[in-house]
Design a protein around this ligand. Structure first.
Ligand code: TRP
Length: 334
């Protein structure tokens, strides 16, 4: 607990461009969480280098992501938005927890298997111990809840196992985190294959709307969205493409599917796609303007980076000192 609130931790990688799906499905709903939880949102740049990165691009994207979170409405005074690499406790705890994690456990991680198949020329040790670094992120802040997608559940389970293992040896050191199941955001599917989730790593850029796409690009992608030959705007599983467009329209306007179906009764797909494009632009344009405004305010963003790294360091050091004592490292002489 911090300030009588439960702690929430989540990490985001700055690799790939965030999509409308990330925004409507997650980010938009996080804005309200800071009333209930003490929130830490880390830009996990240390995780990013498990795959080879261009240094300039990584640095730029990390800053863009941090800025985007603030632009989207996460108040950086209430939410600790910071770079993982600015808090050395992540690396230090990670080393310790490596010594409490079994090779067999890491070998079972499906993301490791997927990523090593994808990057067969660079199966480095960091890729293998990636889940331990993630466990360290979470446990360092004694997080109670972690909002994660289904793809990260296995890592969260491992985090719980490591925490419980450590606690069973040394007493109650770590809070054992739970997955955050709150109000779920809209699940947005690819515009090109509505049976697949809209993803920032999709090879077909027409499947995803990126948060920084300009209005023309947004309109073009919407017009090209895959639908069907039913020629009726109904909200049902048999028409996954149309259903997805309705979901997007709803999430952007806060209308219900019924209202949207009524609004567009008798209209053609062309008109509907244009309308969907327009509501997306009406949501993303202000966000993009705010990003542009914040990007110009270097002094402000720098001060957020500095202050939040200090805040994160404060809590990280607390946990780390406790852990170092437990495992038998000598006390520091002050
Ligand atoms: N591995 C997560 C992802 O790729 C990112 C992440 C790193 C994370 N550390 C975390 C998520 C801690 C939640 C909590 O999506």
């Amino acid at each position: 607990m911090i300030n009588d609130k439960k702690v929430l931790f989540s990490g985001m990688q700055a690799t790939g461009n965030l999509t409308l799906g990330n925004y409507l499905g997650a980010l938009k709903n996080w804005i309200t969480l800071s009333d209930e939880y003490e929130c830490f949102y880390s830009v996990v740049d240390m995780h990013s280098i498990t795959v080879r990165q261009d240094p300039q691009i990584l640095r730029k994207r990390a800053r863009a992501l941090l800025t985007l979170y603030i632009a989207a409405g996460l108040d950086p005074e209430k939410n600790c938005i910071y770079y993982q690499s600015h808090v050395s406790g992540h690396a230090e705890l990670s080393w310790i927890l490596n010594c409490y994690t079994y090779m067999g456990e890491l070998n079972r991680m499906t993301q490791f298997k997927d990523k090593s198949a994808k990057h067969a020329d660079n199966i480095n040790a960091g890729l293998f111990t990636y889940p331990v670094l993630m466990a360290s992120d979470i446990l360092l802040f004694q997080a109670d809840v972690v909002p994660v997608g289904i793809d990260q559940m296995q890592h969260l389970e491992l985090t719980r196992d490591i925490a419980q293992r450590f606690n069973s040896i040394y007493g109650d050191v770590f809070t054992v985190p739970e997955a955050y199941i709150g109000k779920v955001g809209a699940k947005i599917m690819s515009l090109q294959d509505p049976t697949k989730k809209m993803s920032k790593s999709d090879e077909n850029p027409n499947g995803s709307i990126y948060l920084l796409d300009d209005p023309d690009t947004i309109m073009r992608k919407c017009k090209r969205a895959v639908t069907d030959s039913e020629a009726q705007i109904l909200y049902r599983d048999e028409q996954p493409g149309v259903k997805n467009l309705i979901d997007i329209y709803c999430a952007c306007t806060n209308k219900t599917a019924d209202e949207v179906v009524r609004e567009f009764a008798g209209k053609g797909y062309g008109d509907f796609k244009t309308a969907v494009g327009e509501v997306i632009v009406s949501v993303l344009k202000p966000l993009q303007d705010e990003v542009a405004r914040l990007e110009k305010d270097k002094v402000y963003i720098d001060s957020i980076i500095k202050n939040n790294a200090e805040k994160a360091n404060y809590y990280a050091t607390k946990t780390l000192c406790k852990v170092q004592r437990k495992v038998g490292f000598p006390d520091r002489i002050r």
